[in-house]
Each structure stands twice: as C-alpha cells, then as structure tokens.
Design a protein around this ligand. Structure first.
Ligand SMILES: C[C@@](CO)(OP(=O)(O)O)[C@H](O)COP(=O)(O)OP(=O)(O)OC[C@H]1O[C@@H](n2ccc(N)nc2=O)[C@H](O)[C@@H]1O
Ligand SMILES: Nc1ncnc2c1ncn2[C@@H]1O[C@H](COP(=O)(O)OP(=O)(O)O)[C@@H](O)[C@H]1O
Length: 294
C-alpha cells in the first residue's frame, strides 16, 4: 500500500465568463460559466495514518484546522468509506503549501479540497468513482465538482452541471489586486443583476476569446476599488476581466511572449504572474473516470 503522496498539485481555475441567470429558492444562484484550468497551483502532501485521525501539518493563516476545506474533505470521504478489516478507518496528515490567494476567485480552497478527495481516495484505496467524489465535493463548495471532473468545462446550475469543453491553448496574465473577496457578500448584493439571458455552449465555442462577461464584476469592483484599477490597467492590452467573485483579474494572450511583455510593464503595487492553460487536471491519472461521466 502506498503510504505517502507528495507535491500533489491543486491547480487554479479562471472563469472565462460568468453569467448569473437566476436564483434558486434556497438563495443559491444559477450560473453559466466556462471553467479554465491553469498551471498555477497550491501543492499538498499526504501521509497515511493508521489511527484514523485527520491532521493538518501546517498552519494556514486565517483558516482554523477544523474549517480547512482539506480537513473537511478528508472527514467527508472518511465517513463515506467502509472501515478496514479491523474496523478502524484510516486517517491522514495533510500539509498545504499555499500559493493561490484566498478570496481570489481562483478556486484555491475548492481545488485543495478536490485534490484531497482524489489523493485520499487513492491512498485509502477507497475505490469511489469520480461521480461519487463529485457528489461529496459539492457539499464542500460549488466549484469542487469541476476540479474533480479533471477537464475544462462549461458549467450550469450552481456550477455542478458540467459539460467537458475543449479550449484553445492560451497564456494568461493574472493580477492579484491585494484584496480578499468574500464570495457570499457579492452574491448577496442588491446591485447584482440576476437575469442574464441563458446562452448555449455552442455560442461560446464559436467565439471562445472575449465571449460574454462576468456579472459579479461590477459589484466586486465597486466594493473593492483595487479590482476596478487592475481591470482598467490590464484592459489596455486586451479584454481584461475578473475571475469568479474576484479579486483576481486576468487577460488572455496567444503567446507567452505577449504575456511577458505585459508583465514587464506591471505597476509595482500588484502581484502579477503568467500562467498557461491546462487541458487536463494534473492528477487526472488518479481519477476513476467511467461512463457515468459526461
Ligand atoms: C463564484 C464562483 C464561480 O466559480 O467562484 P469563486 O469566486 O468562489 O472562486 C463559485 O460559484 C463560488 O463557488 P464556491 O467558492 O465553492 O462557493 P460556495 O462556498 O459554494 O458558496 C459561498 C456562498 O456564495 C453564495 N453562492 C455561491 C455559489 C452560487 N452558485 N450561488 C451563491 O449564491 C452562497 O451564499 C454561498 O453560501
Ligand atoms: N485550504 C484552504 N485554502 C483556501 N481557503 C480555504 C481553505 N480552507 C478553507 N478556506 C476558506 O475558503 C475561502 C475561499 O477561498 P478560496 O477558494 O481560495 O477563494 P475563492 O473562492 O475566491 O476562489 C477562504 O477565504 C477561506 O476562508
């Protein structure tokens, strides 16, 4: 039995567009979005424990151990898994090397949770299918099923109704405006428009670059002026927009060279970086994909 998995990547996502098309009775919003995986990642280490305990091996500023999405993901998987022959569940030590900013709209916490489910399903030999992991994942956050799908996707519902989508190879410049955006506050805002007309997946496929808009952007940029400033500056180079509920802002380019040219001119107040589009989740080889999936 493998006992450790080191340096497991938890990649970021960008929402290439994000339309709010309605609201469910429970308050959750109906969305249409395209999720793009990129090669900027948190990395996680997992070590098997025989005593059944789930422990985080390092502190994550601002996130208590019991609230950490990795610890919650591990506990959820443990409760859905049959104990070993001696009746005891397996546990794990989890170390997280955070690179993705929290409240950045890059889905870092959700991706950490998905990587935890993938890695521990493998280490514990739990044998859950990908669809079963996705059903667990959506209980942790609306973005988690996407990271478990393992491929870029068009998403509907609250983000859990996923359709695999082939996206072109692109480079992205991403600005971290230095603020952390609470997702719930953006969705709660009275200023949010919730009635964008639904689009079809083919509408996007015919014109992938610069399609649609991010309906959460106006609300977030008003509440957090550094977001508006970053969009204005990056907008000089192309169609700059916010990802998710913010705060990060991105613009896509055909080549790495174009991305480098923009980074060379970046004002010093912002942390900024380039990333390449990923076609697949880096842990796709550990997913038990089968015909249940779209
Ligand atoms: C906006 C998006 C777009 O990809 O990404 P992020 O900016 O968070 O990365 C997601 O829909 C966010 O997903 P996630 O970050 O997992 O959010 P959750 O923890 O499920 O929800 C946080 C809160 O946002 C609100 N919420 C979230 C998703 C949704 N479709 N409708 C909502 O109204 C709810 O009030 C919920 O309590
Ligand atoms: N392992 C984790 N990494 C990041 N955030 C976490 C984690 N566990 C819990 N959280 C909580 O989830 C919130 C959203 O984080 P994150 O997913 O990084 O941002 P976003 O949803 O904007 O993409 C954080 O503010 C934090 O309180």
């Amino acid at each position: 039995m493998t006992r450790t998995l080191h340096n497991c990547p938890a990649p970021a996502k960008l929402n290439l567009f994000l339309h709010v098309t309605g609201r469910r009775e429970d308050g959750y919003h109906l969305l249409q979005t395209v999720f793009q995986l990129i090669d900027r990642c948190d990395t996680l280490d997992f070590e098997l424990r025989e005593d059944g305990l789930i422990k985080r091996g390092n502190a994550v500023p601002g996130v208590a151990e019991s609230d950490d999405l990795t610890v919650r993901a591990a506990a959820l998987l443990q409760s859905a898994t049959r104990p070993s022959a001696d009746g005891k569940p397996l546990g794990a030590n989890i170390r997280i090397n955070k690179c993705l900013p929290m409240g950045g709209g890059l889905g870092g916490g959700s991706s950490d949770a998905a990587t935890t489910l993938i890695a521990l399903n493998y280490l514990w030999q739990a044998g859950l299918s990908n669809l079963e992991l996705m059903k667990l994942g959506v209980q942790l956050g609306a973005d988690v099923p996407f990271f478990l799908l393992g491929e870029n996707a068009f998403a509907e519902g609250i983000g859990e109704a996923l359709h695999v989508l082939a996206l072109p190879k692109r480079w992205f410049v991403v600005i971290e405006p230095g603020v952390s955006v609470p997702t719930a506050a953006i969705f709660r805002s009275a200023d949010l428009t919730r009635d964008t007309k639904p689009v079809r997946i083919t509408d996007f496929s015919n014109a992938p670059n610069g399609f649609g808009k991010n309906d959460l952007q106006a609300v977030a940029a008003k509440l957090f002026p550094p977001i508006a400033e970053a969009i204005k500056w990056l907008g000089k180079f192309g169609d700059a927009r916010m990802t998710g509920s913010g705060a990060c802002v991105f613009c896509s380019f055909e080549s790495e060279r174009e991305a480098d040219r923009v980074l060379e001119q970046m004002p010093p107040q912002w942390k900024a970086w380039k990333a390449e589009a990923l076609m697949q989740h880096p842990l796709a080889h550990l997913l038990n994909r089968n015909q249940e999936l779209v």
